[in-house]
Write a protein that binds this ligand. Sequence first.
Ligand code: NDP
Length: 449
Amino acid sequence: MTPSATRTLHDVYETAVARNAGEPEFHQALREVLDSIAPVLAHHPEYVDAGILTRLVEPERQIIFRVPWTDDAGKVQVNRGFRVQFNSALGPFKGGLRFHPSVNLGIIKFLGFEQIFKNALTAQGIGGAKGGSDFDPHNRSDAEIMRFSQSFMSELYHHLGEHTDVPAGDIGVGAREIGFLFGQYRRLTNRHESGMFTGKGVQWGGAEVRTEATGYGAVYFTEEMLAVKGEGIDGRTAVVSGSGNVAIYAIEKVQQLGGTAITASDSSGYIVDEAGIDVDLLKQIKEVERHRVSEYAERRSSARFISGGSVWDVPGDIALPSATQNELNETHAYRLIKNGVVAVAEGANMPSTPEAVHAFQQAGVLFAPGKAANAGGVATSALEMSQNAARQRWDFESSEDKLRTIMRGIHSASYQAADKYGKPGDYVVGANSAGFVRVADAMLAQGLI
Ligand code: NDP
């Protein structure tokens, strides 16, 4: 590492932290990327000369807005809405919307920053953004969700468009919310602009495999990592956190590939089913009935529910953290290592703390960061945009083939970049470097903007 590259990275980090005070998740995401790319800067001094890093850590645009709505009791409620349009050098802004009470500007910035590199890794021509609100959809009626979503879109629509910014779902934003958001956009603009939102229902412009893509993609990435070692998923046990969109389809794909996924969780606790999670039952409870995960154990004799505690206490060969940021800390990592974990792939965004990542890497556990492992969702969103633009619809099988090919491409880009920059087998360095070079080259070509 050259002294000038180290100095630049240090200065960029310190300035960004001072400018974005009180945003620890954003600082953590910055640090992870900046700590990885010193060897890239040593190869490319032109990036430093052009101020690429200084520009990259500052979002192109940040929008914060009031979201007023009335609840079922007729009481006025006010939430805060966010959209951070981080970088559009590679294509229109692209990234999901999160509805969760923990949402604040720093969380949206961390997610938007990660999204830049993830989207670059997909090679699909999409920029990075993220948005959402501190609205809590739990225990809200469909009518409340609709009124909130309509109010949220009544401001956000000014900033969206198929060539400008294309949102999708994330925590708390699934098919129901996307329907309400898209409907309001259509009403306000008088345009059925399919390409302005992804994750739409398949009957009205959505793509096959989008629902499954993030979870399936994380398992495909795991399969690729294991294949490098001459191993596979067949016969392996997987521990999975979360029971939402990502977790459900990660579990499904593990089972399809001959593994056994034995856990799922939510914020109230986790379930263990040594017989293997019954995916249809989990979907029925979480997607159709919108109940807590504990309900699964009530209905299945082979399963038990553990209130509180940590799903990472459960031994498994593969760990797929698929709930939320910083859900897997150093203590959890050591427990998983002690219990024989061989591969960890992040279905969620930044679920492992930096100390946990370090512990896995030191122990020789294969570790895939979220920006590589969970990129299948946004990659399939880009396929949805292609289908919308061409007024085509691809079937499930060919869409899944494309997803698999993209995940292989992300794996090999990350693997090769890790080699090239002197950290063989380090997928964190590999993914960050490969994604960064693509964005930096585009920024360099487009001048000082
Ligand atoms: P969902 O809302 O469908 O599910 C989230 C799951 O995580 C729920 O089981 C939820 O439990 C649990 N969870 C959320 N917050 C917490 C918390 N603070 N503590 C414990 N459990 C929690 O979201 P997704 O499955 O879509 O997203 C999961 C993760 O994957 C997020 O990090 C997201 O950013 C990431 N991701 C999602 C993509 C997608 O395509 N959906 C794409 C790429 C990444 P509860 O209901 O109790 O809150």
